[in-house]
Every structure is written in structure tokens, then in C-alpha cells.
Ligand binder design. Sequence first.
Ligand SMILES: Cc1ncc(COP(=O)(O)O)c(C=O)c1O
Length: 391
Amino acid sequence: MPNSQFDARCRGLITDWTDSGQLKPFYNIESPMRPMVEISGKGEVLVLCSNNYLGLADHPEVIEAGVKGLRDYGAGTASVRFICGTLDCHRNLESKIASFVGTDSALSYVSCWNANEALFPTLVGPEDAILSDELNHASIIDGMRLMSKSVTKKVYKHSSLEQLETLLQETQSNPTRWVVTDGVFSMEGDVAKLPELVNLCKKYDAMLVVDDSHAVGVLGSGGRGTHEHFDLLGEVDVITGTLGKALGGAAGGYIAASADAIQILEQRGRPSLFSNALPATVAYSACKAIEVIEDDPSIVARLHSNVATIRQGLADLGFDCTPSPTAIIPIMIGDEAEAIKKSKQLFDLGVMVIGFGFPVVPKGEARLRVQVSAALTDDHIQQALDAFAKL
Ligand SMILES: Cc1ncc(COP(=O)(O)O)c(C=O)c1O
């Protein structure tokens, strides 16, 4: 049944976004994710916007593992975990994740979005206080919205240790204080000040939660994440992350923490109590992706070298790239329509880099976001820099 008010609102929004150049194009990809992909109606383009940081999305062993998972366990369990939906491969994946990131235990989810929605309402007590970096990922913000109204929630300015310390002092009477941060910030490409955060959490007896979605597989010589980068393995209380980026790139997420915290999440976390688990095919692929990294960490070294080459190349072309070890390189444009226009120019030159505007970043802070992969060859990198030179 048409609803004239709703239909007019939809049409109005779409017309506004089209007229202001803010309507995002969606490209149809006809090949696996890899440096060169086939786009419908366009042909081959070089991808510099995927989170396929280690190039494992089409790694032969990762694909084979997924096929084996499908053969061994079928399409799915048709049940949630606590009824009859927990498979051996979920447990294998979870112990693999825990040993990779260095915690006692881990629990998998169908996405890190789900993991963050499970974490905060389940583990944060009703009278606790939670202190969150203002640039934390949307899934942390939404996960926090699901907590009890009686939790004290405070947001500190991006990476402001001074403000965080003040908030920690102000919340000393709350039973538990939680500090939550992205390990690598997805739109800025900078790294959390983990050594200082660890010290503050120790000083004020607070729990530290790090969402390492853009750091796992990327930071540290073994790709274990932000804590490995700073030589702080074992110093973060709770780590969340995605399997949908460096670790195979399909989907899935996890929470890694103490065995008790994981048991509480298993018993009480709503996303896994009321929704099916990761399909076996994805659990197998993600497990294999971690094994590939553990067996040959030179894949991580190749990523680090590609990151350094592209950052230097863009800086030489006059782009303002702040130094950072991460595989996310934002190029600030300001105006959203301009960012989308530049992204289209690059696309016409055969290079896929997305322009981000509101609501993904604040109004007036639109940017292009370059993302680097270990799978890029020197020729790919040159092709990308040649396209940027023409902007
Ligand atoms: C920091 C961060 N956390 C969580 C997520 C969500 O991950 P997933 O795609 O597994 O839901 C993302 C995805 O962009 C992210 O960047």
C-alpha cells in the first residue's frame, strides 16, 4: 500500500542527495576481492579502498578452508549457540583467536558490530562508568546506547589523555570504570595512545577495552594488533575485532577477554543468545587466515612496506598525510561533493578510492580514504600514484 507522506519523504531525501552531489554510487563487483577487480560496466580497476589488508580474501588456502567448512558442516546450524548451534569449528576458531591476540578466551559473533552490541550491555554494570573516545566506531557508540540508563557515560576528546584522566578522577566512586577506544581509528588512520591508556587504567583501576578491527593483521610484526605494536601483549582487558577485514575478509567478529568475562557473554549476551552463530564456512576461512599469518608473518612485513611506500609517494605528490604506521591514509578534502567528485575522477583513471562525507565523518571534514594491502605489487602502487598525480 503506498503511503503518500512516506513516499514523498523518501523521494525528497534522494532528490536532495542527488542535487547536492552526496548520493553515494554503489559499484557492482564481478570478481573476488583482490588488488584488481572487475566492475560491471567498467572493467578492471585497482582497489585502494578495501580492508583486505593482507590480501587473504582470495588466498587459495582460505578459500579451500571455507569450502571444507561448507562440506563438513553444511550451510548452517539452524539454531542459536546455546540450543544446538555451537560447532567444533566455532570452538577451534575461538581458541585460535584467543591465542593469536593473547587472551585467555574468546567468543565469535557474526560481525564485530554484533560483538560490540554484546559487550557493553552485558559486561558493564548498571552503576559503572564508561569513558569513550569521541572518534570511536559507530558500533561502539550504538553498543553503548544499549547499556542500562544508570551507567555513567562520558565521551572524551579524541585521544585527550588529560580529559580522560579528569573523567577517571570524577568517576572513582563508580564500582567499575571502563575506558573504550578504537586501536586504529577508522577515519583518521591514527593509533590509540595505548601505553598511556594502559598506565591511566592501572592508575585509576579501570578496565581497558580496545576495538582492534583495523589493527588486527596490520599492526605489530606478527599482526596481533595495537598491543603488539606497542609491546603491550597481555595489557588490554578486553579486545574486540572483526574477521571481515584482514582476517579473511568475509564477515564475523570476536570478543577476546578473560575466561569468566567470556562465560558471562555466552550466558547473557543477547546477540548470541537470540541470533545464529557464524556459518562454518566463515569460521574455517577465518581460522585458516590466522594460520597463514602465524605460519608466515612476512605477509605483515609486506603490508608495512607497502604502507611506507604509498605514504611517502602521496607526500611527495604534495598530499598532506600525517605519519602513521596504519594501512588507512585519509586525504582531507573538506567539502563532501568535492570528495565524491575526486573519487569519481580517480575511478575514471582506474583507481577505486572512496570519498567519505557526513554521517560517516563530521560535516565539512569530507575526505578520500586510501587503504593499503599487502597484495599490492610495486606496479599497482605506481599505477595508484600516477592516478593521484593527475588529480
Ligand atoms: C573499528 C570498527 N569496529 C567494528 C567494525 C564493524 O565490523 P564488522 O564489519 O565485523 O561488523 C568496524 C567496521 O568497519 C570498525 O571499523
